[in-house]
Design a protein around this ligand. Structure first.
Ligand code: SAH
Ligand code: SF4
Length: 394
């Protein structure tokens, strides 16, 4: 797909393959759906709500993967569950730990595809960066993932499974009867890995609903941030149906430049995007929107850009914080990172106008764990440098 090709949404999740022997994976099912599949498989209707609640708790609160450990269910019922269902999450095939404690996992999902998940520990909190698609249909010219064709959407099980996998690795499942540690190692989720989450809306929504459920992983919606390149019609749905925090990959202050950097801008331009952002906080009852702004040397990093960015945000009265991201260069990338002085000058202009303007620390550099560097090892159809440069208008 080239940058000028129409941006389409006709990507489908491959129907969940029944695991060996036709067993149904319970991970990723909403509470209602879980109850339905239990009934469809023989659980009496009258008991189904309670049974679904029990199974749910074992899976998402205690992190169990084996029906035989679900000790508040009868032995016979446990055996029946085991015959028909599985509790499966993606398999970790590789793990790298950076000198700064950042962990990068390569996980394998059905069909042999691989996606990357990054855990970033900080003082008093820890953030997990998860993926929503294998590859991406969009072709942002500065993004490594954008050079990879979309292979498929992740299922809800694969999205929430990334969180469960990290809790396994951090050994952070509480033990029944023992007090839970309030200082969670995995306290925040960002949907900033591979893929455009709003082009896989239903699965991302279902997975986040599971992660937020108080009887389970129990992450507050204020600790989940969804980053989008600007799929305008889905932004209102995100407010209504997920209610998490929103980050927007803004990256440019004129349509001409944004058309090149974030080609979805040709479909929904800056003005349409800003209007949808202005409506977001009220509908989702959330706080500021994070404007992500990747600093590209000589492309979008001038003082005029900083002033234009503020004008846009002020004109629409959007409660905002501006996250400046030093460009993570990748082999063949057609851009250079802005100098530290330039990034600081840009940040100061934004800050003086009354907006928080943190400069994102680069973490896990030694293991290529930073934004835009996540890329599956099953990479296909890598574009040539020449092709990337011509699409970027260089
Ligand atoms: N598709 C979504 C989420 C994944 S990208 C989106 O575009 O928002 C997560 C963030 O990383 C986005 O802000 C994206 O613009 C940024 N990013 C991508 N490649 C990058 C790179 N090479 N250097 C710095 N940030 C990058
Ligand atoms: Fe896709 Fe986001 Fe990368 Fe753009 S920045 S190509 S939307 S993953």
């Amino acid at each position: 797909m080239t940058a000028s090709a129409p941006i389409t949404q006709d990507v489908h999740t491959i129907p969940r393959k029944l695991p060996e022997g036709g067993k149904i994976n319970l991970v990723g099912l909403t509470r209602d759906r879980l109850r339905e599949v239990l009934i469809e498989n023989g659980t009496p209707q009258k008991q189904a709500k309670m049974r679904a609640g029990q199974v749910w708790q074992w899976i998402y609160q205690w992190g169990k993967r084996d029906f035989h450990e679900m000790t508040n269910l009868s032995k016979v019922y446990r055996a029946e569950l085991d015959e028909r269902f599985t509790i499966e999450i993606p398999e970790v095939v590789n793990k790298l730990v950076s000198t700064d404690g950042t962990r990068k996992y390569l996980v394998r999902i059905a069909g042999g595809h691989e996606v990357e998940v990054v855990y970033i520990p900080e003082d008093g909190r820890g953030t997990l960066c998860i993926s929503s698609q294998v590859g991406c249909t969009l072709t942002c010219s500065f993004c490594h993932t954008g050079t990879q064709k979309l292979v498929r959407n992740l299922t809800a099980a694969e999205v929430v499974g990334q969180i469960m996998m990290a809790r396994d690795d951090l050994d952070e499942w509480p033990v029944p009867g023992q007090p839970t540690d309030q200082n969670r190692l995995l306290s925040n989720i960002v949907l900033m890995g591979m893929g455009e989450p709003l082009y896989n809306f239903d699965n991302v929504r279902d997975a986040m609903k599971i992660a937020m459920d108080p009887e389970g992983i129990a992450l507050s919606r204020r600790r989940i941030t969804l980053s989008t390149s600007g799929v305008v019609p889905e932004i209102a749905r995100t407010a209504n149906e997920i209610g998490c925090l929103l980050a927007i990959s803004f990256h440019a202050t004129t349509d001409d430049v944004r058309d090149v950097l974030v080609p979805i801008n040709k479909r929904w331009n800056i003005e349409e995007l800003l209007q949808s952002l202005a409506a977001y906080p009220k509908v989702s009852n959330s706080e500021r929107i994070t404007f992500e702004y990747v600093m590209l040397d000589g492309v979008n990093d001038s003082d005029e850009d900083a002033h234009r960015l503020i004008d846009h945000i002020k004109r629409h009265n959007i409660p905002a914080k501006i996250n400046l991201i030093p460009f993570n260069e990748w082999p063949g990338a057609p851009y250079k990172r802005s100098s530290n002085n330039r990034i600081r000058a840009f940040s100061n202009i934004v800050f003086d106008a009354g907006y928080a303007s943190p400069i994102r620390k680069t973490r896990g550099d030694d293991i290529m764990a930073a934004c835009g560097q996540l890329k599956s090892a099953t990479e296909r159809a890598r574009k040539s440098r020449k092709q990337i440069e011509s699409e970027a208008g260089l």
